[in-house]
Design a protein around this ligand. Sequence first.
Ligand code: 4AD
Ligand code: MG
Length: 478
Amino acid sequence: MKHTKIKDLLSGSSLLQEVVAKGWVRTFRNNQFIALNDGSTIHNIQCVLELDTFAEEIIKRITTGAALSIKGTLVESQGKGQKYEIQVSSLEILGDSDPEKYPMQPKKHSLEFLRENAHLRVRTNMFGAIMRVRSTLAYAVHKYFQENGFFYVNTPVITGSDAEGAGEMFQVTSLPLDGSAPRNEDGSINYKEDFFGKHTNLTVSGQLEGEAYAMALGSIYTFGPTFRAENSNTSRHLAEFWMIEPEVAFNDLDANMDLAEDFIKSVIKYTLEKCEDDLKQLEARLIDEEKSKPQAERSDMTLLEKLNFVLDNNFKRVSYTEAIDILKASKPNKNKKFQYLIDEWGADLQSEHERFLVEKHFKCPVILFDYPAKIKAFYMRLNEDGKTVRAMDILFPGIGEIVGGSQREERYDVLVEKMKALNISEEELWWYLDTRRFGSAVHSGFGLGFERLVLFVTGMTNIRDVIPFPRTPGSAEF
Ligand code: 4AD
Ligand code: MG
């Protein structure tokens, strides 16, 4: 007999019928009540054993974590806490779980302990909820773009280019690392002998290839893994993360901001509708976590209130120059509370500044635009003032930067001049320059760090907790 997902059983549609459920034991009470979960929903189904009808040897093996197949009748529950339950007629132990050794005990574990057991943490309510929300958000991303005329483009994972010019890349090579790699006359490694006949790395962004596709398909998006070897051990950085990068021909920066705002609101709205139970669980978790904080640091909104606030309010659009004026005049700057004091135009904004703007000053999501050219990547369009570029960053409460994007420099000469100044190889990016040589036009795009979005929507505070198996400096377990 085929088994039914617990989510469907709990809808009651097979009431009074014989059903089969398969899942893992969460708890077993009084030798009689099994709480069974199969991951289809945060809710367990209660399976009731009639006393003295099951052999002692079987009863002993019903332990937390064991996999079971249960057959019985779906009935209305007499007890409190659930509407339906299964009156068990037969039961099979599919896989035992030694209660002395099983790490996921039915009690509260620290997030650190759960990270060390990332292969099992998804069996907890909290991580089940996070990962279902993550999956729903990913679906919402595709849904939004597909329904708005965007084409999904798969850009290469292995590439020769450094799109961000930040140099924080993982090298890809098949050359031996024991010193026997072929050398040039000057002693440097001869990458012509390497697998691809050149120096390659894991991609830091699919943008450049995405631009080439936008200049033919019009509107495209990427959604794939991205790698950065930046040694930042923070709660916002991963060495391997997923990025969503839309790119649109003929969009200027204003249209780019409109797209980003509409997109973010749309995926949050969809997830609010689809993941109500999971989000309620995560909301309760956050309230519980905040209890351990001093009153002043607690959020004045619950998780669902925060998500609805984002849907109901316009993102505040502020130029970099205005932001610097606000920061210069701010209390933490005057009282020297910022680690990096803002004293002049041109300073790069640190996350403490971004969070001040979003959480203390504007108290809503903020889009900062027109940054100094000096602190942004080579491909951003130079403004008429000659010193700022058409860049935009979206800053979110509790997260800081969630989106980075820009209108691209579409003028061939200006782009080449910029690349020369920054020592970016024209030879390497010949194909990128071709997009400016043949049918160039205004175009824009942005990158959204998927895990930062999942952080915001789940109310979690460490990015390691919103990706199944995080990769961070010094850690690539699993
Ligand atoms: O601001 P970034 O570096 O922009 C780009 O890569 C552009 N090529 C995007 C584009 O215009 N198509 O990265 C974009 C976003 C950031 O705003 C952040 O959300 C996320 O990617 N991000 C990270 N997320 C997790 N861990 C990291 N180490 C991240 N670095 C960037
Ligand atoms: Mg950025």
